[in-house]
Ligand binder design. Structure first.
Ligand code: A3D
Length: 319
């Protein structure tokens, strides 16, 4: 069986980390693409030279020409600009929209059948734009945010309870931004929902509320520490888990930004936003529609409306 081809559009902090992780897991051969000359080539060669040490057989190539992503099975997009301290993700709309146009056209011309994972911010509106420009069907284009936001929530919960991260599950829904919706009721330690753990005295409601807020601010916490860019290790790991579920048809249930059709999740019309889905060889094989209580539904609607507002801004910029 031929090896899979994975194209990484954007070879910055996340792109380089993706390339490294994909090699360690031997998920396929990697093409690193970027507009910066030398950067994708340099990272490709550096990581390639680590493969004998790691004992993995993966080919790496760096490119500045979209022809090199031809026939890719998976494309992971990080091209664009990350935020700096004091910037919100939404401040990036104008500049990253232009990038999505170029990337979408590159995908359309070279690998229209690929499974596409977008990471560029502001996430949900960039997935919408990338789908518009690439023409990739909605079941084969997703945004990575929920897996990362849930991983942050799981990290903080495992720390609070002093238990293994493996035994903490968590769901974060909605757009990737200040309005994201960490779902406390559906988050558990070994199957025990968080509200029960409060009753059991494992934590207090105040501490849980503080963890939810820290999750919402998780991206900004890293930006403020790094000062020169945003998080990249955990975002890359999250996208690799999504790519792996698709490539190996694992059918994992993961929160991703996907096209939620009007009528689903109480939405009046179509919107790209984070909900749990089954990810397998068919891409998004099913949207898992969990029931929300009135407060959760209101928070989800607010988050989806924030995405709609940004889509309107982006549509205006597209003329
Ligand atoms: P960075 O290290 O700056 O890498 C971005 C790369 O994109 C650079 O190498 C640029 O040269 C390249 N680039 C710029 N324009 C183009 C273009 N037109 N075509 C191809 N390449 C281009 O950033 P990063 O890797 O840290 O972050 C990448 C993106 O991910 C940013 O938009 C971040 O905001 C976003 N991000 C999202 C999350 C989510 O959870 C959704 C988390 C962290 C970062």
């Amino acid at each position: 069986m031929a090896r899979k081809k994975i194209a990484l559009v954007g070879s910055g902090n996340i792109g380089g980390t993706l390339a490294h992780l994909i090699g360690l897991k031997e998920l396929g051969d990697v093409v690193l693409f970027d507009i910066a000359e030398g950067v994708p080539q340099g990272k490709a060669l550096d990581i390639l030279e680590s493969t004998p040490v790691e004992g993995v057989d993966v080919r790496y190539r760096g490119a500045n020409d979209y022809a090199e992503i031809k026939g890719a099975d998976v494309v992971i997009v990080t091209a664009g600009v990350p935020r700096k301290p004091g910037m919100s993700r939404d401040d990036l709309v104008g500049i990253n929209l232009k990038v999505m146009k170029a990337v979408g056209e590159g995908i359309k011309a070279n690998c229209p059948d690929a499974f596409v994972i977008c990471i560029t911010n502001p996430l949900d509106v960039m997935v919408w734009a990338l789908q518009h420009f690439s023409g990739v069907p909605a079941n084969r284009i997703v945004g990575m945010a929920g897996v990362l936001d849930s991983a942050r929530f799981r990290t903080f919960l495992a720390e609070e309870f002093n238990v293994s991260v493996e035994d903490v599950t968590a769901f974060v829904l909605g757009g990737h931004g200040d309005t994201m919706v960490p779902l406390v009721r559906y988050s558990t330690v070994a199957g025990i929902p968080l509200p029960d753990l409060v009753k059991m005295g494992w934590t207090t409601q105040e501490k849980l509320d503080a963890i939810v807020q820290r999750t919402r601010d998780g991206g900004a916490e890293i930006v403020n520490l790094l000062k020169t860019g945003s998080a990249f290790y955990a975002p890359a790991a999250s996208a690799v888990a999504m790519a792996e579920s698709y490539l190996k048809d694992k059918k994992r249930v993961m929160p991703v930004a996907t096209l939620v059709k009007g009528g689903t999740y109480g939405q009046p019309d179509d919107v790209f936003v984070g909900v749990p889905v089954v990810l397998g060889e068919g891409g998004v094989e099913r949207i898992v529609e969990i029931s929300l209580d009135p407060a959760e539904q209101a928070a989800f609607n607010k988050s989806a409306d924030a995405v709609r507002g940004l889509v309107k801004v982006a549509s205006g910029l597209m003329g």
